[in-house]
Write a protein that binds this ligand. Sequence first.
Ligand code: DSN
Length: 414
Amino acid sequence: MKLKKQDSQIYSLINLETERQKNSLQMIPSENHCSPAVREALGSLLTDKYAEGYPGKRYYGGNQFIDKVETLCIERAKKLFKVEHANVQPYSGSPANMAVYVAVCDPGDVTMGMALPMGGHLTHGWKVSATGKFFKPIQYGVDEKTHLICYDDLEKMAREHKPKLIWVGATAYPRIFDWARLGKIADSVGAYLAADIAHIAGLVVGGVHLSPVSFVHIVTTTTHKTLRGPRGGIIMVTKKGIEKDPELPKKIDKAIFPGLQGGPHENAIAAIAVCLKEASAPAFKKYAAQIVKNAKMLAEELKKYGFDIISGGTENHLLLIDLRNKHIFGADAQNLLESIGISTNKNSIPFDPAPPFKPSGLRLGTPAITTRGMKEKEMKQIAAWINEVIENPGNVKKIKKEVTVLCKKFPLPK
Ligand code: DSN
């Protein structure tokens, strides 16, 4: 009520965005709708507090309650992910990943990660990222035919280049990682193995995907994707990590503060704690399982309409479509779908002949629409709309109306 009076411009823009989210389907796989309880914690006056340092060791007074909030968040993260150490202060995924480099590498060290155009993340060593500039990244990819990671090639690369740090995790890889094999590869070359589970954290804690925790040394995640929390990041150290390097928890903490960040966003940390409590409830397991069922159904239905799905399907929350046989670029498909109320993102496909700003692919995901309660039946309908509008862009108005009706039937979390 205060905002409307004080800043009507921001107030009305927030309302417009709220209406957009309500009346359209958010199918960007890295997005979700967090609960009102998470938003309440995020919007609390914890945002006013400075708390540089860690619980019990702060550079500011007045942190008696903040310490409890952060400790609760840390304990919940440790219990849920079954790790030895958790740092919940990273502002998001990229700072979390940067802190891992700062903790275990020196500038110029050789690192390994999946190349961005193959489905990896910028911070896994892509050339325009600081991680590509300050270190010497060796980039692996997927097989040109199967679109799967070729673990033999990855192993060969690791043996040849002896990286200090190996990243595994992706933003556009629809398959499950072979953590056991990756663990062996990293051990054989003495590398730290970091699992970036930002995209699949909800699937891991929901028991749908095997957790990497027993096979890797470090786990990083964002908190706002399948985990369904506020924007934020967590870095975790596993038992295996401490066995390799007993100083690892200290190194990680030091890398975040004072290495890279100043005051932690304790309002976000409180909201992360709320989301971790939600993710430990039995209902979350059902939610996580449904995300994958929905993604599989969507992939199968789209295949029936002749869409070419990268790797032939999905085992997680996302699918990547190669649109070349539909004679439309990713950007144009994204705009067309936006016009009917389906929000997606253009994406490079592995070995994309087109440039990154006009790529051949489209990335779709099911976390947010599953939060709204949609199931397989709705996936069939969504696939039909995607096909209809791409085949016949003249039907935009009619389909948009139908999408709005579906959105009303499945409101955002209240
Ligand atoms: N930007 C995220 C995504 O969309 O996958 C990754 O950081």
